[in-house]
Design a binder for this molecule. Structure first.
Ligand code: BDR
Ligand code: CA
Length: 309
């Protein structure tokens, strides 16, 4: 199995990313770290522990990281994820403990202790990952690749162009795109293909375990806020596409190109300028996920949920 660390801000779709990693036999989930994003750090950390508890996953360390972006204040996405970042179901008291190490120390220990390079999957703002690369450049060689949910080749979701994870901490995203590590960007352009249809919700509910029941409540809440905010009753399940790509790159078509992150624009701060047509003739720095094999993606989700509690 492929060793993976997920750095997340749960968040409804982050929970499914955790479940896909925990429930798919091709992935060895080595650790989970949290960041302020969809909610404040205390909520995203609590929610990560809840997600693993509900699914019966134990033995995976969970550590908390940055409570706010590198150089900005945090604006949590309460309008989509609710006040506790995981609106909808009643949250059980987590039995999965919080690791006493901070996120950066946990990632460092996991990277240094592994016998092969590890894939890092961030599904929130890139604050922790940027700090890691800044503070511990010696660890780069232990990172196989980074597969990040964030950015977009076109539309945004917090403005015309910026996507939430990039917009929360554009300085961190800028640093990661400039780091020169193998990097895949899973942006809104592909995540808006993973629409949570009624049929998807029913098929997940039909699995009939604790995880699926909790998952259906998450999906219903998420779709109701997407409907209220964006007029999309079938919301997009962004984050687990990253894990699906880690499992099997063929689940998406990929185009390699250069990406710049806008950190200063008056109307575009946090936008990713993805040079799909190579107008700038700059060295490519990212693989951009373009088209999703939608049936395969949902099958991976269902199979993983069925393997959990
Ligand atoms: C991203 O922002 C968050 O709301 C989701 O969890 C996802 O990571 C989508 O823009
Ligand atoms: Ca997220």
């Amino acid at each position: 199995p492929i060793p993976v660390i997920i750095d997340c801000d749960p968040g409804h779709d982050d929970v499914f990313a955790l479940w896909l990693a925990a429930g798919n036999p091709e992935i060895d989930l080595r650790g989970v770290t949290t960041v302020g994003g969809n909610g404040r750090l205390e909520h995203t950390t609590h929610n990560a522990r809840v997600a693993l508890t509900v699914a019966g996953v134990d033995g995976v360390p969970v550590a908390s990281g940055a409570d706010k972006p590198l150089r900005r204040e945090l604006t949590p996405a309460t309008w989509i994820h609710g006040d506790n970042a995981l609106g909808g179901p009643v949250l059980p008291e987590p039995t999965v403990p919080l690791d006493e190490r901070g996120a950066l120390d946990l990632i460092a220990d996991l990277l240094e202790g592994a016998s092969e390079p590890i894939t890092i999957v961030p599904t929130g703002p890139l604050t922790n990952i940027a700090m890691l690369l800044e503070q511990r450049p010696d660890l780069r060689e232990y990172i196989k690749e980074i597969i990040w949910m964030g950015g977009s080749t076109g539309r945004g979701n917090v403005g015309a162009y910026p996507e939430f994870n990039a917009w929360v901490d554009p300085e961190a995203a800028d640093l990661v795109f400039k780091a020169g590590l193998p990097l895949t960007m899973v942006g809104l352009n592909i995540s808006h293909q993973a629409l949570i249809t009624e049929e998807v919700i029913r098929s997940i509910g039909a699995i009939g375990n604790d995880t699926s029941a909790f998952g259906v409540e998450l999906l219903r809440f998420f779709c109701s806020t997407y409907d209220a905010v964006e007029g999309m009753p079938e919301g997009p399940l962004h984050d687990p596409i990253t894990v699906a790509i880690a499992i099997d790159r063929a689940v998406a078509s990929i185009q390699r190109c250069h990406v710049d992150v806008e950190t200063r624009g008056e109307f575009t701060s946090g936008a990713t300028a993805v040079d799909l047509h190579d107008m700038l003739k700059k060295e490519p720095n990212a693989d951009i996920a373009i088209t999703l094999d939608v049936p395969r993606f949902w099958q991976l989700i269902r199979d993983a949920v069925a393997n959990l509690k």
